[in-house]
Design a protein around this ligand. Structure first.
Ligand code: GLY
Length: 461
């Protein structure tokens, strides 16, 4: 974890933002996989990590906004635990690591909450996303566990988002490290992308790199020649010439900061003309969007800039037709790019998504679009220095979507369906990088990963 002062400073800032009441930060518990003692890999809650930094299960962070005091609730391990787990620090020792001297047992937490409820004190908590946390909060607060998300504190959500959105230097250093691990993962995947190799072999190898060099992957790896399925978690294909492999994969550092990179590689390492045509379009959308990234520009404007590049170039290839501005305004480009340009990234790969996407990326003035494609844009607000984003345009040939729109005659004034059908073997192409917004512009984070046609062909050879 970082030095204790980091967490003390963050909590002090949060105390200034919330006027009264108490806040509960329920750390994650072990989650059973198939029987109680056989648990999933433990992942601490990111908000708990941000304010308390302790990467162990069964702890709750507590802040009293009226008295200005913070406390850690948790139970010390007993001798039975130590026999199986080895020596463990006490809750007191742990709390000191994040600058807190006041600790109590979990049974005292129940008493504290009971007392706060009896005094009608405001109890702030963030929306829980795990069943165990919903049950804990429901039982402490005497509420229906299924209602806990709607009862979460909007004031606390907004205060936390305002802090976590702007990354500190130490956080940026961590994201750089996560990007460096992603470099190893992606270059390895490119080198393995040969006919006859199983997707599963590459998937397992690069997941191993994430585990060997950091804290594992930042999300389940997407790796498939069926890249037209945006979140394809199946790895059952055997690579064949003429296909393209989408690898969307990132690592977490030991401190849980993420990277999230996508590269698309032709099987065998050499692009054919059709692959190159579409690849260059996505590459242009990626590089031009990154070049334009600066404080003040909104992610929605950047998204539409990338969509217009895709539509313009698809028109030049003959896959789209008509007026590009009209086509993009109508949403016709979403046949090829049905997702948003990117998302915030930090302690979560989709940073703070558990707090509610609309609190992060939208506000009273900027509302989420209902249009297919644009509706999936996770963030529409202007960038600020310290924001970290993904820039991830893509072009996909989704047979089911193309078939449906063609049958409906949808956007037939903008889409040349017969030409589109001659590109179906492409599957999908996505190119994604991680970008920090600086005072004057931007910085691409992590060691640069081969991206141009020639760089990829060279790496594969
Ligand atoms: N890279 C996976 C995602 O952004 O959803």
């Amino acid at each position: 974890m970082f030095k204790s002062e980091v967490y003390t400073k963050r909590r002090k800032e949060l105390h200034k933002k919330i006027q009264n009441g108490i806040a509960l930060f329920t750390g994650n518990t072990e989650a059973p996989m198939n029987y109680p003692a056989n648990t999933y890999h433990f992942r601490q809650d990111s908000d708990f990590l941000y304010y308390f930094g302790l990467d162990l299960p069964g702890l709750t962070g507590f802040m009293d906004f009226d008295s200005g005091k913070d406390r850690i609730f948790g139970n010390d391990y007993d001798m039975d635990d130590i026999i199986w787990m080895g020596p463990q620090p006490t809750v007191k020792d742990l709390a000191l690591k994040c600058g807190i001297t006041d600790t109590s047992t979990m049974s005292k937490l129940e008493e504290t909450i009971k007392d706060s409820l009896s005094k009608n004190r405001k109890i702030h908590f963030l929306p829980p996303y795990r069943g165990e946390t919903k049950m804990t909060l429901g039982s402490l607060l005497k509420e229906n566990p299924c209602q806990m998300k709607t009862l979460a504190s909007t004031d606390l959500i907004k205060a936390v988002i305002s802090m976590r959105s702007v990354k500190e230097e130490i956080e940026i250093d961590e994201i750089e490290k996560a990007g460096d691990i992603a470099y190893e993962m992606h270059v390895t995947a490119m080198k393995m992308c040969k006919p006859g190799v199983k997707e599963r072999d590459i998937f397992g190898t690069i997941e191993g790199i994430a585990l060997a060099k950091g804290g594992g992957t930042s999300f389940p790896i997407i790796l498939s020649v069926d890249g037209q399925t945006l979140h394809n978690h199946a790895h059952d294909n055997i690579l064949k010439n003429g296909r393209m492999m989408v690898t969307d994969a990132g690592a977490e550092t030991i401190l849980h900061y993420a990277s999230d990179i996508t590269r698309t590689t032709p099987v065998g390492g050499i692009f054919n003309q059709q692959q190159k045509d579409i690849y260059e379009i996505v590459l242009k959308a990626n590089t031009e969007a990154i070049k334009a990234t600066r404080p003040g520009l909104s992610n929605r404007d950047l998204h539409f800039m990338a969509c217009k590049i895709i539509a313009t170039e698809m028109k030049a290839l003959g896959l789209m037709k008509g007026d590009v501005d009209e086509a993009v305004a109508a949403g016709a480009h979403a046949l090829f790019m049905p997702h948003g340009l990117g998302h915030m990234m930090g302690l979560d790969v989709h940073d703070m998504e558990a707090l509610g996407e609309d609190f992060i990326g939208y506000n009273d003035e900027v509302k989420r679009s209902k249009q297919f494609g644009t509706a999936f844009l996770r963030f529409a607000l202007p960038y600020k220095p310290g924001h970290v984003f993904t820039v991830e345009p893509g072009c996909y040939f989704i047979p089911e979507l193309i078939g449906m729109w063609k049958a409906e005659g949808k956007f037939k004034e903008f889409i040349n369906y017969s030409k589109v059908e001659s590109y179906m073997t492409i599957g999908g192409i996505r190119i994604e990088d991680n970008v920090l917004i600086t005072e004057k512009g931007h910085k691409v984070l992590g060691k640069p990963i081969p991206k141009t046609v020639s760089e990829i062909e060279k790496t594969c050879s």
